[in-house]
Design a protein around this ligand. Structure first.
Ligand SMILES: [Fe+2]
Length: 356
């Protein structure tokens, strides 16, 4: 019997088959996290590294000077979670990154320095600390720093998801049209819209212009490309006396102003306030999360791991891991910015959530 089984296995293997009985544990006992672990990247470690990177790595080395938060549980992939890629970019004064677009949804969020900007589909978005800038899949964008000191921002992309689906594509062949109507390749976009265009169109909550079609580039995501931190913080403060979510305190989602849905097709963006003395209940979702602390201090418990965070620290919660937050050791509000892949899971009917 054993010899027959061995012969079957050999014949199967040499013809690119495998019997389920050989790998049944692998299939039915699969772990949702696939090796990803909860992890915290401290700003006091990252900032000196970014300073050294800005002095020694040129933009020629990779167009964009980026340090990736590589999850130690799945290091070979250089992904932060199964679907999310969290990284930190630094631009020295006067530097620009060439215009490009990709099939990934991307965002950035300034942590340090003034003068950074992104041009998206002809709209220049000057970025200040805490502002959220979105470059939904299919939108042309280029970056730069016109300030006098280096600018550091956080990027969050759905790149691991798009890579796993084998549909990741970056395009750099941007061109504009010259006086004669002929295509003219360009490395940065001509700014063709007023500064603050997104804000002019959508900055008043509950009101949207009824005289445009809200289409920006080839994007199916939000037509509003910049969300200001001052507005988000003021909105959180207005709600501070409410009970909020048992799992997240006072939490707001950045939404597409036209349809009220998540700002990208795959990822949802949030900002939350944990008040002094606040301790949330634990829950878990099939979605994974990337976080960045904007202000304050606190702790997040993820499974058996305690992540103790302060300003500019970043951390991830892999999918289906029980987690809760607390702001117990401080007298200040704590503000956390987060991104999740919940829209992807919901569209695929794979979203689950439960108290833990
Ligand atoms: Fe990009």
């Amino acid at each position: 019997m054993a010899a027959v089984k061995e012969s079957i296995a050999e014949r199967a293997a040499s013809n690119s088959f495998v019997g389920l009985w050989e790998i049944v544990q692998q299939v039915e006992g699969a772990q949702l996290q696939k090796g990803f672990v909860p992890y915290l990247w401290k700003w006091d470690v990252l900032k000196p590294l970014m300073d050294e990177v800005s002095a020694n790595i040129t933009l020629e080395d990779a167009d964009r000077r980026v340090v990736i938060m590589s999850n130690p549980g799945a290091r070979h992939k250089h992904h932060s979670t199964n679907t999310l890629y969290l990284s930190c970019s630094i631009y020295n004064p006067g530097e620009t990154a060439p215009v490009h677009r990709h099939t990934s949804n991307a965002s950035r969020f300034v942590l340090h320095g003034d003068g950074g900007y992104t041009v998206i589909e002809g709209e220049k978005c000057p970025m200040s600390r805490g502002d959220l800038i979105l470059t939904p899949a299919g939108t042309w964008h280029d970056h730069g720093n016109e300030g006098s000191e280096p600018v550091i921002w956080v990027d969050v992309l759905d790149l691991p998801l798009v890579e796993n689906l084998a549909v990741s594509k970056f395009e750099f062949d941007y061109s504009e049209v010259d006086d004669q109507g002929a295509p003219k390749p360009a490395s940065v976009q001509t700014v063709s819209l007023p500064v603050g265009h997104s804000y002019n169109l959508y900055g008043a909550g509950g009101l949207i212009p009824a005289f445009i079609d809200h289409k920006r580039g080839q994007s199916a995501g939000t037509p509003m490309f910049i969300y200001r931190w001052a507005d988000a913080k003021a909105a959180l403060q207005r709600l501070r006396d409410m009970e909020g979510s048992p799992y997240d305190g006072i939490i707001l989602e950045y939404v597409n102003p036209v349809n009220g849905k998540a700002v990208t097709t795959t990822t949802a963006f949030f900002v939350q306030m944990l008040r002094p003395g606040e301790r949330t209940q634990a829950h878990r979702q099939t979605a994974s999360f990337a976080y960045c602390c904007l202000e304050g201090h606190g702790r997040t418990f993820v499974g058996d791991t305690v992540l103790e965070w302060g300003p500019n620290d970043m951390f991830v919660i892999p999918n289906w891991m029980p987690h809760r937050h607390e702001n117990l050791s401080s007298t200040e509000d704590a503000f956390l910015y987060s991104v999740s892949d919940a829209p992807t899971m919901q569209k695929l009917d794979l979203y689950r959530e439960e108290p833990a």
